[in-house]
Design a protein around this ligand. Structure first.
Ligand code: IPM
Ligand code: MN
Length: 367
């Protein structure tokens, strides 16, 4: 098997965490009779500097002809003065639209080994394991009309959803719940917004095809509160684009650091994998970034795109083992415990643990 991955390091800590993600895939390629091929391309601020645009045509073409896309991060304060579509983030939004993935999966899991990194009491986050399914191609991010009339000092955006757009992402959420704890919480603002009323009625309709899944509905403001007061009440959270953006950063508090969060965007022509943490310009280039969100995104790639579920689970176990052994990047460090490591060391530690497991898996198969 040959599997082509377009790697888009992007800005800030993006290149540092991508290097560690690629390291893991190379190690796996060595064991498996599979070959991962990597092609690096520019996106975001790095692409603006090199090509004058945040999403060069050559990058887009390479992504569309790959088996999966792996992205580090985009965003840089150097481009804050530009209009939205010309900024680094504009490149990512166009890429998402062109790839067509409408369902963005963002798991947030509490690992006991780093429970003390969360500002929340360990007793509250114990056992929390939430999957946010965020609609990624509609709502305020993409709907027209939108505009900024500088003469009259008025700006506006539109939140528009069609039944079809809601239905397709709802199906993904129910299918995910089937493989988990059989529960979907659909999050909206149906007491105020018409789009949410359509959202709710569509989700209720889709639920009829999944009688074994328990469905409840929650307003987004209440969800924001429950996520930090009682996160273990949730299994799958299904929500629209902007609500999902906000709630997924909030859910990072369960894990202890935004650096832990992975994501997969599925349902389009080519699936897209990216850690949630963003470019973190304050620590870029210092070698202190946390690569675990990126490495956990590799696990999602192995599961969803490469169809290697065992290796995906092994990689997740490797991450857990390294944390249990006490290794911490600085975002997870506590003054009294743990060994503080840099981005490369953390990548190497996970690789080592992962390779150990692959070794056992393959020698077992050999006998
Ligand atoms: C995310 C990010 C992006 C988003 C930005 C960089 C456009 O915050 O993936 O959560 O808002 O979707
Ligand atoms: Mn975000």
């Amino acid at each position: 098997m040959s599997f082509k991955i377009a790697v888009l390091p992007g800005d800030g800590v993006g290149p540092e965490v991508c290097r560690e993600a690629v390291r893991i895939l190379r190690a796996l390629g060595h064991f498996h009779h599979s070959e991962f091929r990597f092609e690096e391309h520019a996106i975001g601020g790095a692409a603006i500097r090199a090509h004058g645009t945040p999403l060069p045509q050559s990058t887009l073409d390479a992504c569309l002809s790959s088996d999966a896309v792996f992205l580090g991060a985009v965003g840089s304060p150097d481009f804050d003065h530009l209009p939205p579509e010309e900024r680094p983030e504009g490149g990512l939004l166009r890429l998402r639209a062109e790839l067509g993935g409408f369902a963005n999966l963002r798991p947030a899991v509490s690992f006991p080994a780093i429970a003390d990194c969360s500002p929340l009491k360990s007793s509250r986050i114990e056992g929390a394991d939430v999957l946010i399914v965020r609609e990624l191609l509609g709502g305020l991010y993409f709907s027209e009309p939108r505009g900024f009339d500088k003469n009259s000092d008025v700006a506006f955006n539109t939140m528009r959803y069609s039944r079809r757009e809601i239905e397709r992402v709802a199906r993904v959420a129910f299918e995910q719940a089937r493989q988990r704890r059989q529960k979907v919480t659909s999050v909206d603002k149906a007491n105020v917004l018409e789009t949410s009323q359509l959202w709710r009625s569509t989700v209720n309709q889709v639920a009829k095809d999944f009688p074994e899944i328990k469905l409840d509905h929650m307003y987004v403001d209440a969800c924001a509160m429950h996520l930090v007061s009682n996160p273990s009440r949730f299994d799958v959270i299904l929500t629209e684009n902007l609500f999902g953006d906000i709630l997924s950063d909030e859910a990072a508090v369960i894990t202890g650091s935004l650096g832990m969060l992975a994501s997969a965007t599925i349902g389009g022509k080519v699936d897209l994998y990216e850690p949630v943490h963003g470019s973190a310009p304050d620590i870029a280039g210092k070698g202190t970034a946390n690569p675990l969100g990126a490495i956990a995104s590799v696990a999602m790639l192995l599961r969803h795109s490469a169809k290697m579920p065992h290796e995906a689970s092994d990689l997740e176990t490797a991450i857990r083992q390294v944390l249990e052994a006490g290794h911490r990047t600085s975002d997870l460090a506590r003054p009294t415990r743990g060994y503080v490591v840099g981005v490369r060391e953390m990548g190497a530690l996970v690789e080592q643990a992962f390779v150990g497991m692959l070794d056992r898996r393959f020698s077992y198969h050999a006998v």
